[in-house]
Design a protein around this ligand. Sequence first.
Ligand SMILES: *[C@@H]1O[C@H](CO)[C@@H](O)[C@H](O)[C@H]1NC(C)=O
Length: 248
Amino acid sequence: MELQSAPPARALLALALLIALPSCCLCLDKLNMCMDAKHHKTEPGPEGELYKQCAPWRENACCTANTTAEAHEDNSYLYNFNWNHCGVMSEQCKSHFIQDTCFYECSPHLGPWIQQVDSSWRKERILDVPLCLEDCEGWYKDCKDDFTCKDNWHIGWDWSSGVNYCPKYAHCRKWTEVFPDAKSMCEKIWSNSYKYTTLTKDSGRCMQMWFTGLNPNKKVAEYYLNRAPGTGTGLTLSLAAVLSTLLH
Ligand SMILES: *[C@@H]1O[C@H](CO)[C@@H](O)[C@H](O)[C@H]1NC(C)=O
């Protein structure tokens, strides 16, 4: 090590660390964090009691057990959301909305897709999360015989009775008339929270709503974070600079 006797190298190292540290802290946070929204914990952590369909997140979750129990209820206090706004939603269709709620509330690996929003009920949202083909197509297939009145379920409801009902202008129609295909459903229903992809689960490059065992989404988030300009690249360049400084 020549660091003691070579001031220029020391200066370079300091500079490299200055560049590396902020991008590194940012990337570590983004791989394991909770969004600032209505029911999320401030930090992810173990939750041994997560309920039924949300159980896969038990080892590390942004949701509490209470949130996951409520996620399985109709008109739950979470969002007072009425799945049965055009007749009773089929059980198989509802199971995907429950899973979607588990994924949204529990996932600690959504960092790369979290955006600030100016809304009364949350400060952050997700945008364009690349959903695995199987999850989006399976969701559509199990809902395609159901009915709904709107393609964007975030806005435009009649909330006058406390839960959402179809507004006067929106009549109940076949699911397939409202959403011609899986892509339109997955992308429109939560105003582009999800992005349709043709990537399958084995690609490791799409997010899985349905999984068992170890959460596969951390590696996916890592992949997208490192691809993003200014974070992964910055970190790699800074580390390269540190290494080359140390080696010279
Ligand atoms: C969750 O917590 C809320 C508020 O404390 C409570 O009203 C509700 O009954 C709880 N739900 C479950 C399923 O325990």
